[in-house]
Design a protein around this ligand. Sequence first.
Ligand SMILES: C[S@@+](CC[C@H](N)C(=O)[O-])C[C@H]1O[C@@H](n2cnc3c(N)ncnc32)[C@H](O)[C@@H]1O
Length: 436
Amino acid sequence: MTALPKIGVGEGAEEQMISLLKQTGEEREKRQLGRVLEKVGGAATLAAVSEGATLPALTEQKVKAALLRKENPGTIRMQALLPADAGLRIFLRCRRGLEGFVREEATEKLDSGTFTIGEVRPGSVTLSVKKPFSLTMIYELRCFATIGFSLGLLRNGDGEAWISELSRCIGSKRASALMLGATEGPARYRLDFPARGHQRGAIRQVVERAYALAPEILNDARQALWSVDVIPVGVLGTEASVELRPRLYPDPRLAYRQDDVAAASHPPLAACMARLAGKSAEPEIIWDPFCGSGLELIERSRLGGVAVAHGTDLDPAAIEIAGRNFAAAGVKSTCAEFVCCDFRDAGRDAGIKPASVSLIISNPPLGRRVRVKNMQGLFADFYAAAIRALKPGGRLIFANPLRTGPNDPALKLESSQTVDLGGFNCQLEMYRKRSS
Ligand SMILES: C[S@@+](CC[C@H](N)C(=O)[O-])C[C@H]1O[C@@H](n2cnc3c(N)ncnc32)[C@H](O)[C@@H]1O
């Protein structure tokens, strides 16, 4: 039986297991049958349960979820109006260091009659709601990474109190209202512990109890549309925030993304960099010397006011992908040109004339995923190329992995902030080319 989920069940095996289940008086055998049917059971197992066969509660839930998933995996209803629950907190999660951008964008774009912007913490900005709202409204914002709906705060552990509190969070009216309200098809969730493993037995109990409280939502790790994340919070990590997250893959904000490169930027970082650039009174000519798949150019062009976007990259595949992504983004007001060349040769190969560019926006190689032999040399050449290409007053915005910046006084530092780029810090910097 243990092997069945791996080797597959043939005709009649489910019925044989069910008839064994009905005959056996052995608890151990029942438990084992339950575990297998959890993975391979279908309509016959559910029918047996409704006829009174006793199976572990988790088996019924898993089988139901698998059957419903096969019928209709479902989708997230982005436009559905969700209830204005006064106690609900929505965490806009972002990389550390980007909170200021998230807050500023939320203040600018969200309807203040519907949302209130609350606490800003490292890696998150909190919203509360005054009126029914939809995910579409929140996904107008491009600077956050994911959203989490608060289900509760609990003390970490694996004991009875932890099991009961966590199952109450999952089985709560709030979790059901959000999942049922914003799901077309069965409301299925997976349970995730980003920080550390918990005992399987404890997790099974949590899932069973949550089902007893709210049988309309189902635990199902496969292709789940929602996740319930248990995230340690506080300095000592003794407490955990329980958050419900829609699993939107691909992210609806990145519908333009036809393809990707190995060292692609974190998309919300590209959106934050575009905001840092701000809008210029004059139509802009922008350049990303290391354009990769083109995210920075696309995000900045989407904000409007860009006449020409130049992208250069050494990798021909990146240039082809950036071109396709830009076309799919449909920013008609910007003429985009992508050329495969070393940024040092962009004057000759990509037609970047001296003092012609108003904004350079880029995530240069950081030397992490792809090793760079001489980072200092690469950055020295990058600054020289920027000074040459920028108009007086033009801006240079980039993620700087080094401790040093440009030595040339032609570039004046206007802002610098530490940003977590996924486990290591960089400075997100903006320089302006002096007028004289
Ligand atoms: C961090 S990635 C850029 C990711 C990009 N922002 C995106 O959205 O996908 C750095 C890129 O620099 C390119 N690159 C490395 N050295 C270069 C050089 N000397 N000239 C031009 N491009 C270079 C790499 O091919 C890579 O695509």
